[in-house]
Design a protein around this ligand. Structure first.
Ligand SMILES: Nc1ncnc2c1ncn2[C@@H]1O[C@H](COP(=O)(O)OP(=O)(O)O)[C@@H](O)[C@H]1O
Ligand SMILES: O=C(CO)[C@@H](O)[C@H](O)COP(=O)(O)O
Length: 499
């Protein structure tokens, strides 16, 4: 038997999966790291933590592996998107990474529109300039930390830094480059026009790769400390959502997934980059060569639940916290939650909006609040589904992935709110599985990623919408949508009290 490893560098943890030639998850090791929030709106991580924890996870995996390590043929990566890692000439990290859910860069997004022109910017990048994306972060460092910017010779995204440390080879794949705001998404080249307009040297951009490109081997040092064979091939990998798409078989038109990880994502396959969503949803390069996907993002999906648990029920684990939500009726006894606790992206690109509980009553208990958090997160994702449906996409079957797919009540709730059949695969590890599939395909085990998906992926559970719940949620959803508009001015005024 031969094996591949998929490394999923998430926001809360790195997960390392060992997959065999039949797509079976043979082992899995996870190591977490801290999220630094030095100020309201800031979100940073220490890149060295990614490296240490990944090497640790790989070491545990290799120690538990009983067969010959030379049967592990390939490694690839999936990574949290958009985060800025700035490196100097010696490829040393210049400051903590600024992550995808950091919202300090509203001014820099405006500056990009002023200098490039909003329409032109969307035509090149197929996306809006959003606080979470990489270019506004580069401009923030240029403005606020000029001494650091002056020493920067290149930038990379999180999993690209990890790959660099494991192999010594620097590069970025198209699916992650698409989220930097510096890529011409259709032409698949760095945009000289944008770089010149905002006065960022194009030389900062790393070499571009395809997700299944073989980038080389592990360094001697990494091979020694992990116990992996030095000659194991390393493949470029992709953005976590592109890998999630591969790992859940979103490889042909008409396929959609919903991922509830730290963020929440609704993603749908696009065969070309030619459609025009005018920036309403993200439009990025897929990990499958020359393909694309569109997606809507809820900034704090799983993170809202994690925040809620940590703040109000820290002693419980997720399963304990959620054990009673099934006995709370649809609508959580009149309690509505909006998950805007770090701002929002789709459909409201708004860094200042914050969350609310509407309709709190003295009779509400922990289970009511918990259910309303799940409902609010799911309503937010439904706003993206609504945009896709309005553009003519048929969405009646959705693959569920991410940590949120661990709970059956939540999966049924998704079926009822989205009014679509929810499918859970045998593994909900979309991005890690996608990374492993890139290594399997890159190693020549299959002719295409589609063939790999056909062999590796199996459906495990399906959830069908319950008609009376669909009706009730339809009504609640229209109330939910009003909360943004009613609370936006209030949140604007509360801004000054936040820091
Ligand atoms: N047993 C569970 N039931 C429901 N949701 C869960 C469970 N375990 C974790 N989650 C949710 O999944 C999130 C983590 O998802 P994951 O896909 O691992 O995140 P990431 O890849 O962003 O690090 C948590 O923040 C939590 O909201
Ligand atoms: O910013 C985005 C997508 O645009 C996020 O989806 C990040 O890619 C992080 O994902 P998770 O840690 O939630 O998987």
């Amino acid at each position: 038997m031969k094996y591949v490893i998929g490394i999923d560098l998430g926001t809360s943890a790195v997960k390392v999966l060992l997959i065999d030639q039949d797509g079976k998850v043979c082992d899995e090791v996870s190591r977490s790291f801290d999220l630094l929030r030095p100020q309201a709106g800031y979100s940073e991580q220490n890149p060295e933590d990614w490296v240490t924890q990944t090497v640790d996870a790989l070491t545990v995996l290799t120690n538990r592996f009983t067969a010959d390590v030379t049967t592990i043929k390939g490694i690839s990566f999936s990574g949290q998107m958009h985060g800025l890692v700035l490196l100097n000439e010696e490829k040393h990290v210049l400051r903590p990474a600024i992550l995808w859910n950091d919202t300090r860069t509203t001014k820099q997004c405006q500056e990009i529109y002023e200098k490039v022109g909003k329409e032109r910017f969307i035509a090149i990048t197929k996306n809006l300039a959003l606080e979470g994306f990489t270019l506004p972060k580069i401009l923030w460092v240029k403005e606020h930390e000029p001494a650091i910017f002056a020493r920067a010779t290149t930038f990379v995204l999180p999993k690209d830094y990890l790959r660099y440390r494991l192999t010594g080879e620097l590069g970025i794949d198209y699916s992650d480059a698409a989220g930097t705001s510096l890529l011409n998404v259709v032409e698949q080249t760095w945009s000289e026009e944008i770089a010149n307009a905002v006065e960022v040297p194009l030389s900062l951009c790393p070499p571009l790769l395809d997700s299944a490109d073989n980038v080389g081997m592990l360094t001697e040092e990494v091979a020694q400390s992990t116990g992996l064979d030095r000659t194991t091939n390393v493949f470029a990998g992709g953005a976590d959502n592109a890998c999630g798409a591969i790992g859940s078989g979103i490889l042909s038109e008409g396929k959609t997934f919903v991922s509830i990880g730290t963020s929440g994502v609704v993603l749908s396959y696009e065969p070309t980059g030619e459609k025009n969503y005018q920036g309403k949803v993200h439009y990025f390069n897929h990990g499958k060569q020359d393909a694309y996907y569109t997606m809507g993002v809820t900034l704090a999906a799983g993170y809202s639940l994690q925040w809620f648990k940590q703040t109000f029920a820290a002693e419980l684990d997720f399963d304990d916290l959620l054990k009673d939500v099934g006995s709370v009726p649809v609508g959580s006894h009149g309690l509505l939650f909006t998950p805007y606790i770090v701002g929002e992206r789709t459909p409201h690109a708004d860094a200042t909006i914050r969350g609310s509980f509407i309709g709190m009553d003295s009779s509400h208990r922990l289970a009511d609040f918990t259910r309303s958090v799940l409902e609010g997160i799911t309503f937010s994702l439904n706003e993206s589904i609504e945009i896709f449906r309005a553009s003519g996409k048929e969405i009646d079957r959705i693959y569920a992935i991410g940590g949120g797919a661990n709970n059956k009540v939540w999966l049924q709730m998704q079926a009822d709110i989205f009014n679509a059949t929810i499918v859970k695969l045998t593994s909900e590890q979309g991005p890690g599985m996608g990374a492993a599939m890139l290594a399997a395909y890159g190693s020549g085990w299959f002719d295409s990623l589609n063939a790999c998906a056909n062999h590796f992926l199996q459906e495990a559970e399906t959830y069908h919408p319950i008609p009376e719940n669909v009706v009730a949620y339809h009504e609640l959803f229209s109330l939910y949508k009003q909360v943004y508009h009613q609370t936006a001015p209030l949140n604007q005024s509360l801004m000054t009290f936040r820091s």
